[in-house]
Design a protein around this ligand. Structure first.
Ligand SMILES: Nc1ncnc2c1ncn2[C@@H]1O[C@H](COP(=O)(O)OP(=O)(O)OP(=O)(O)O)[C@@H](O)[C@H]1O
Ligand SMILES: [Mg+2]
Length: 588
């Protein structure tokens, strides 16, 4: 096979009719041979090759068209951030790529012989496996070979045939670097902060945040060719998020990741795939670049008279500014290509909407709000917090923080009478009415109710007007047909929006919110943020979102296993305070 000229563009090849004969393109003669695997060949030529793509992919639920004839290609070596409003179809799209859901029409084309790995969301699927086993199961082929091998060696009567099979399996095992599997898995786990002492424990004996990190290690294990992650940062602490960012920056293969975390997207993504208007559009660059360019597109479109040259100049300046900021090599290279590729007319103003979050209070609180006395909580032998004494004042907006988030969640569970404290007690004032947004809302959605009946459960009185219920759902952007869908099929962010409707309905004067921004899109976070800033009642909350905490909190409560720190201050002042640093040092 001889190429008369090195093909420099994948498109040039795609335009050819490939079937083993000579073709002329732009006057150049190509001797064409049929390749069983074009991508492999193109990769060897270092030409962009496609890892996974969709062809005329459509999906419809009832009347709602989630995807309409989507054609998209994800190229080898890039990191794609999938963005879109809550309910736009991000998780559904990933499930289609992974083969978990069939599209209504169209197809997914995945490069044959490559390995895809998916961050699983089901936290209980591996309960009966040890931590190390769970991680190794990330490479299913290797795991299968290990199982078959063990089964043969465990036989009491080892036949010649068994011997042959065993040696075949041994060869396969060695080829997959099986001898290093445990060491590799252990190294990944250590990077994610799972202590070696826990590696042989069963998953069911570990707590939620550890399970998330183990499932992440499972997805990352064995260097998959394509890594698919749905909101991986949600239940991770800051340290682990940074670890994951570094891991993905070094990762040479293809990543498709859904996230609402701006900082994370900016750090790891080389491209953005925006789901809007039932289509998916690809943009080079990171999240901020996409956001700023779509804002620019909006402005340029608004001023229709702006001359073409002016437009171009503004665009060039904009791109130059971004290129100058490029710190990561992956992003720097991809930005170089941007000027050629960007087409401002392609960027459509977004269809995203802001929900109307308004917390009214049925009655004002009196002077007594909440007293906590000498409270401690011990979880499976480990003290999560102790010596907690707190006198909450009306209008306090308290951010509760802890190195171990379980401490915060348990305090909220105790204050909502769902868990007993190990020692101490608490008392709410007579006039206090509370409402609670737990961080895990799974149990609320294991039901066959549609959205109207779901919310009606939480309204006062049996005979509640449907219009009244619809009003609350409408504020949370559920209108028309949407209100008849089952609560169980809602997306992560939609579930949180329903839980917020439930809270609004209660008109309480004391709100407790455990990680309210998890799962929410930026529009919902902004609306939530503003409503809590304006709320005149009392709030206790926790959030990994720095801006959210900084703009709401007037008081910070830090829980530690050796005692608690309570300061009336903003979050930034708290983390930068020398006095607080001294107090923390005294608690170690
Ligand atoms: N079986 C189903 N029947 C009807 N509608 C469904 C079904 N499954 C999912 N949906 C709807 O499809 C839409 C897309 O859901 P998906 O979980 O993909 O959203 P998402 O973009 O991941 O949102 P989030 O940011 O909140 O995670 C949602 O409106 C959801 O309610
Ligand atoms: Mg989702």
């Amino acid at each position: 096979m001889v190429f008369h000229k090195v093909i420099s563009s994948y498109n040039a090849i795609l335009n050819l009719n490939v079937n083993g004969r000579n073709e002329f393109v732009n006057g150049i003669k190509y001797s064409i041979v049929t390749f069983s695997n074009w991508n492999t060949y193109l990769c060897s030529l270092k030409i962009d090759c496609i890892m996974i793509s969709t062809s005329n992919l459509s999906l419809q639920y009832g009347k709602r068209v989630l995807f309409d004839e989507v054609n998209i290609k994800f190229t080898q070596g890039n990191c794609y951030g999938v963005i879109g409003a809550n309910g736009a179809g991000k998780s559904t799209f990933l499930k289609i790529l992974a083969g978990d859901i069939d599209p209504t029409s169209g197809q997914v084309i995945f490069e044959p012989g490559k390995r895809m790995s998916v961050l699983r969301q089901d936290h209980h699927a591996f309960d009966e496996f040890t931590v190390l086993q769970t991680v190794i199961k990330g490479n299913e082929k290797l795991w299968k070979v290990m199982q078959e091998k063990d089964a043969i060696y465990a036989k009491p009567d080892f036949s010649e045939e068994d011997g042959m099979k065993a040696s075949e399996l041994e060869a396969e095992f060695a080829e997959m670097d099986g001898w290093n599997a445990e060491a590799d898995a252990a190294a990944l786990l250590s990077g994610l902060g799972i202590a070696e002492a826990d590696h042989d424990k069963l998953l069911k004996d570990l707590e939620g945040s550890q399970k998330v990190r183990i499932l992440l290690a499972q997805a990352l294990f064995g260097n998959p060719d394509l890594l698919i992650l749905d909101e991986p940062t949600n239940d991770l602490d800051l340290k682990t998020i940074t670890w994951l960012e570094d891991f993905l920056l070094d990762f040479k293969n293809t990543v498709i990741v859904v996230s609402h975390d701006r900082h994370f997207l900016d750090t790891v993504c080389t491209h953005i795939a925006d789901i809007d208007f039932s289509k998916i559009k690809l943009f080079s660059g990171n999240y901020t670049f996409w956001y700023e360019s779509s804002q620019l597109a909006l402005r340029q479109r608004a001023s229709a008279n702006k001359k073409a040259e002016d437009k171009k100049k503004e665009l060039q300046e904009f791109i130059a500014r971004f290129s100058a900021n490029a710190s990561k090599s992956k992003q720097a290279t991809s930005r170089k290509k941007i000027l050629d590729k960007i087409n401002i007319d392609e960027i459509q103003p977004s269809s995203r909407k802001y929900p109307a979050i308004i917390f009214d209070q049925a009655r004002q609180a009196g002077d007594q709000i909440l007293h906590i006395n000498d409270m401690s909580y011990v979880h499976e032998g480990e003290t999560l917090f102790k010596d907690l004494n707190l006198n909450v004042m009306r209008g306090d907006k308290i951010a509760v923080i802890a190195d171990n988030h379980l401490a915060v969640s348990m305090l909220f569970e105790i204050l909502n009478d769902r868990v007993q404290p190990t020692t101490g007690d608490f008392k709410f004032g007579q006039t206090i009415t509370t409402s609670y947004l737990p961080s895990d809302n799974t149990e609320y959605f294991q039901t066959d109710y549609n959205l109207i009946d779901w919310l009606r459960q939480y309204a006062e009185g049996d005979d509640v007007d449907e219009v009244y219920i619809r009003g609350f759902l409408g504020k949370m952007l559920f209108t028309g047909e949407e209100t008849f869908k089952k609560a169980s099929v809602l997306s992560g962010g939609e579930k949180v929006r329903c839980m917020v409707s439930r809270m609004m309905l209660k008109e309480a004067n004391f709100l407790m919110l455990d990680e309210p921004t998890n799962h929410l899109d930026l529009e919902s976070i902004t609306a939530f943020n503003n409503s809590l800033k304006d709320f005149t009642g009392t709030i206790m909350f926790s959030s990994h979102d720095h801006t959210f905490t900084q703009t709401i909190a007037t008081r910070i409560l830090e829980l530690t296993p050796n005692g608690c720190i309570d300061r009336t201050t903003t979050y930034d002042d708290y983390i930068n305070s020398n006095k607080v640093a001294e107090m923390k040092a005294a608690l170690v």
